[in-house]
Ligand binder design. Structure first.
Ligand SMILES: [Zn+2]
Length: 188
């Protein structure tokens, strides 16, 4: 039996490999977490399985290693979670803190989505189907987060930064994800 996924009292997922990112700070006092933001990322773009994402989120990306890295190595960014192609879960920032994943963003007229959201990166690319293991872990994680925090909405990065961001891309099957979320909500 796989262990039950849970978020501990400090905002960390018990089944995630924990990698601390310095790219975070406190949420504004009294801000409820009401939004999940879904992202897609691969480093280098279109290549899976390497250490680029971990390096980017921990400010250790080697700008000389790939031409694209030179354009992003100075960024100070993070997300709370990343789900790799095999479904493995990584966590970089406590859910209670503010990760730096959304950038300039607005959801339903409210700006600064980082303040009130949890960011989940799926290792992938806009046009490459995400894996079954990723959908399964994403649904599992989203269910646990929705029980723990007063989350009312789930949006893609492209929804909160239209024209600037395209991830998680057309490859992300929103209907499939929605179907995976529903049964467990009934069960719980
Ligand atoms: Zn994104």
């Amino acid at each position: 039996m796989p262990r039950r996924l849970a978020i501990d009292g400090r905002g960390y997922a018990n089944l995630a490999r924990q990698v601390r990112s310095p790219n975070c700070d406190a949420r504004p006092a009294g801000t409820a977490i009401t939004l999940l933001v879904l992202h897609g990322i691969s480093l280098p773009p279109g290549e899976f399985g390497g250490d680029g994402i971990v390096r980017l989120f921990t400010n250790r990306l080697d700008a000389a290693r790939h031409p694209y890295y030179a354009t992003i190595a100075a960024l100070r960014v993070s997300a709370h979670f990343c789900i790799r192609r095999d479904g493995a879960l990584l966590q970089f920032v406590s859910c209670d803190d503010r990760a730096w994943h959304a950038g300039a963003s607005t959801w339903k007229g409210r700006a600064h989505c980082n303040d009130y959201s949890i960011g989940i990166e799926l290792e992938g690319a806009d046009e490459v189907p995400y894996s079954a293991a990723q959908y399964a872990m994403l649904a599992r994680l989203a269910r646990v987060l929705m029980r723990r925090y007063p989350i009312t909405d789930i949006a893609g990065h492209s929804d909160i930064a239209p024209g600037r961001k395209t991830d998680p891309g057309p490859a992300f099957d929103r209907a499939r994800f929605a179907r995976l979320l529903v049964p467990a909500r009934r069960r719980s």
